[in-house]
Ligand binder design. Structure first.
Ligand code: GLA
Length: 408
């Protein structure tokens, strides 16, 4: 989906990339000074949210029956037991509003409360989607002017997660008159919905989606975001996934328990990437402490897809309690090494080959700021490797990764 990232023009269209650093500094200061009253009473997303979202595979072809089947499959496939919890309905569930302005679900979702009850009965949680604008990205009813009412409705239905997608709110921002004013409008819009959620008293994960505009990582937490998309939409192609994933370098310091960078949902199992590419996707998202929201059809998964999504050791890296996002520590051409510090002094190391044929990648531990390899385990191979040589030669498949967990 095309969307504008705003260029300054004489007619008042704003330019986000030229906004004043002053605005960012003010937002950062606000984040530091935020009263605790802004926080939800029950902390949510202390580790990156895990679950499933309807958009990547089903887009507008999503309905009540399909969501129930996904919930069933999340349980029967073992995904729930591996940590996947949220079943998130994305765009296209919305109808208009009734005479009192209350949002209605359309005929694809005849009874949202009953659906939430069903999902909860499986030990799972239900997520929903809206926009601060009058219309969602797919042209359905947004929450503009109805924020408190909508949050109240979601709470009444038993919703546990809201993805709030900028979409048509950009039209309102374009009329703001200046980049600073537009930026403030956006922050106010996200804050308004956050406050509305807090007011309901129901814990809900608040997921910001505005494609990474305006350095959202610098202020996402200050408007109550538990996660914020850092990029435009992912697609089921190595080019898209790897561009988005490797472009997260440098964002680690903005993430932590309760507030995460979100490089978009998973494409694992959607069929357009090779298994090694999906292993790269999953390993990179684990190192990035990224939300793990499966975006495939959970009812038709191959054993290999299930194995990739539910690998306990990869999930454990993603869900590590320290909540420290990993970062790139070394790169030369198509070879990259990323490292994530884990609880108790362990480390996860991803040795990535961005070429599409196999390469040997030499790992110099000193360059990773490590004395030696410690005790290494190859996670995708499920093998303990012991102490590795000073100049370890990792054999990495094309577009693949060797993912190590190393302990002293
Ligand atoms: C935007 C978002 C996607 C999805 C669609 C739905 O493109 O970035 O993740 O929610 O809207 O219309």
């Amino acid at each position: 989906m095309e969307r504008m990232l705003y260029t300054a023009t004489p007619d008042g269209t704003v330019n986000f990339t030229l906004r004043k650093t002053l605005v960012i500094a003010a937002a950062a200061l606000a984040a530091l000074l935020l009263p605790s009253a802004w926080a939800q009473s029950t902390p949510v997303a202390l580790t990156p949210p895990m679950g499933w979202n309807s958009w990547n595979h089903f887009a507008e072809k999503i309905d009540d029956a399909t969501v129930r089947k996904q919930a069933d499959a999340m349980v029967s496939s073992g995904m729930r037991d591996a940590g996947y919890v949220y079943v998130n309905i994305d765009d296209t569930w919305e109808a208009g509003r009734d005479a009192k302005g209350e949002i209605q679900s359309n005929s694809k979702f005849p009874d949202m409360k009953a659906l939430a009850d069903y999902v909860h009965s499986k030990g799972l949680k239900l997520g929903i989607y809206s926009s601060p604008g009058p219309k969602t990205c797919a042209g359905y009813e947004g929450s503009y002017g109805h924020e408190e009412q909508d949050a109240g409705t979601y709470a009444k239905w038993g919703i546990d997660y809201l993805k709030y997608d900028l979409c048509s709110f950009d039209e309102i921002m374009k009329k703001a008159g200046s980049p600073e004013a537009a930026h403030k409008l956006m922050l106010d819009a996200y804050t308004k919905m956050h406050n509305a959620i807090v007011k309901t008293g129901r814990p809900m994960v608040f997921s910001l989606c505005q494609y990474g505009a305006d350095h959202v990582w610098e202020w996402g937490a200050s408007v109550g975001g538990n996660l914020w998309r850092t990029t435009d939409d992912i697609s089921d192609r190595y080019g898209s996934m790897s561009l988005i994933g490797f472009q997260q370098a440098g964002l680690a310091r903005f993430a932590g328990p309760g507030h995460w960078n979100d490089p978009d949902m998973l494409e694992v199992g959607n069929g357009k990437m090779k298994p090694d590419e999906y292993r790269t996707h999953m390993a990179l998202w684990a190192l990035l402490a990224a939300p793990l929201l499966a975006g495939n059809d959970l009812t038709t998964m191959s054993p290999e897809t299930i194995a990739i999504l539910t690998n306990r050791e990869v999930v454990a890296i993603n869900q590590d309690k320290l909540g420290k996002q990993g970062d790139r520590v070394w790169a030369e051409g198509s070879q990259e090494i990323w490292l994530r510090e884990l609880e108790g002094g362990a480390k996860a190391v991803g040795i990535f080959n961005r070429f599409d044929w196999p390469q040997v990648i030499h790992v110099d531990w000193a360059k990773l700021r490590l004395k030696n390899s410690g005790k290494a385990r190859d996670i995708w191979a499920g093998k303990d490797l012991g102490t590795l040589p000073a100049n370890y030669a990792a054999q990495v498949p094309g577009h693949g990764v060797v993912l190590l967990r190393i302990t002293e």
